[in-house]
Design a protein around this ligand. Structure first.
Ligand SMILES: Cc1ncc(COP(=O)(O)O)c(C=O)c1O
Length: 390
């Protein structure tokens, strides 16, 4: 029989995140700190809108690009948070999570051989999606000494004449790093000089703990060369509703909508009605969750300080990225032993790129109680490793 599979698909490595969680689900008393998913239920008033839409019989397709009401609310939201104006009809596409927006954006913009710059450590889907779109991914290794921010020099050095898109993954999963206005201004110069586009994944924009998130699209000359991606999963605890969006120049959004129409038809209707409510009345919920995350973030930073474990202070998302290089083992070895000996699952930094070696991603989208128990186990584990080294 002929090989039924496409080589470029077979060649893609499966995500390194899930590996540990299959083990955890079978292990008694195990604590998982691995998944990047809020531990809050979707706020009730948002769920009610979804339920109400079903009761009213709103069970049909919406228009391909999404409900006009939702697109209008998305534009209002971006206008009030970033002072960027988008046209709801032509410059917004409602997608199945931020995930689909990343995929559609790359597929709409890449010609074979175009280079896509991917700063790492970063979210696991950029590289496979770039490859599937026919691009050559070019990795920029971010550095702990820069707090895992992207510098203008790193960007400049990675650009060739084939570079078409820079993926800008901030606030960052897995490091928790953010880019402040001055960081963005510096890279803006390089982007304009080389005439490249930006795909800015701002899915954690509401989860920052040092000032407000700044979108690169709000800087002069950037809106026309940026695809801004965001969604409802993280800020509103709506992962299972599968809803996100992309905003950008009309010509790009138009082509993305065309592929979205053929591949997806439209994002889930019930979720779109719920999302209108999230944007209209969800600010207090977001604030409550942000405050909770911030409390947990501080707790973890304190715990690491007490353990004398090196960790730069992350100001975004819900992850910390401690350094475990002092133990002389790989991230994978550390995570495996931590799970086997203390029954705590965390993700090896290498799941997010080779330069994540020597780091561990710990998610604090878990209750403080669980985090406390996990940190007790971690302190014991770290002490044991230090004893072994003597
Ligand atoms: C950085 C980043 N981007 C995008 C996504 C995709 O989220 P969703 O498809 O649920 O919107 C995630 C999910 O973990 C993420 O961490």
């Amino acid at each position: 029989m002929r090989n039924p599979l496409a080589d470029k698909v077979v060649d893609i490595k499966p995500s390194g995140i899930r590996k540990f969680f299959d083990v955890v689900s079978e292990m008694k008393d195990a604590i998982s700190l691995g998944v990047g998913e809020p531990n809050f239920d979707t706020p009730w008033h948002i769920r009610e809108e979804g339920i109400g839409s079903l009761q009213k019989g709103k069970t049909y397709y919406t228009s391909n690009a999404g409900l006009k009401e939702l697109k209008t609310e998305i534009c209002n939201y971006i206008s009030r948070t970033q002072n960027i104006q988008y046209d709801a009809i032509t410059e917004v596409l409602v997608t199945v999570g931020g995930s689909e927006a990343i995929d559609m954006g790359l597929r709409a913009m890449i010609n074979p051989g175009d280079e896509v710059l991917i700063p790492q450590p970063s979210y696991v889907s950029y590289e496979p999606c770039a490859i599937l779109a026919g691009a050559k991914p070019v990795i920029i290794n971010l550095k702990a000494e820069n707090e895992f921010r992207l510098t203008a020099q790193e960007l400049e050095e990675a650009i060739t004449e084939k570079t078409k898109i820079l993926i800008l993954p901030f606030p960052n999963n897995p490091t928790g790093a953010i880019m402040e206005r001055s960081d963005l201004e510096a890279i803006r110069e390089v982007i304009l000089k080389h005439d490249i586009y930006v795909m800015s994944d701002e899915i954690y924009s509401e989860l920052t703990y040092k000032g407000k998130h700044v979108s690169i699209a709000s800087l002069p000359g950037m809106q026309e060369r940026t695809i801004l991606i965001n969604g409802f999963s993280k800020a509103y605890a709506m992962t299972g509703w599968r809803l996100g969006y992309a905003c950008g120049p009309k010509n790009i959004i138009g082509q993305m909508t065309k592929i979205h129409q053929f591949a997806i038809m439209c994002a889930p209707t019930t979720s779109q009605y719920a999302a209108v409510e999230a944007l209209k009345n969800g600010d207090p919920d977001v604030e409550m969750m942000r405050n909770e995350y911030n409390q947990r973030r501080r707790f973890l930073m304190n715990a690491f300080r007490e353990m004398k474990l090196e960790c730069f202070e992350p100001y975004g998302a819900f992850y910390v990225f401690p350094c475990i290089k002092e133990f002389g083992m790989t991230s994978d070895e550390f995570a495996t032993r931590f799970l086997e000996e203390e029954k705590v699952a965390a993700v090896p930094g290498t799941a997010f790129g080779d330069c994540g070696e020597g780091f561990l991603r710990i998610s604090y989208a878990y209750s403080l109680e669980r985090l406390k128990e996990a940190m007790e186990r971690m302190a014991r584990f770290v002490n044991k490793l230090r004893e072994e080294q003597k």
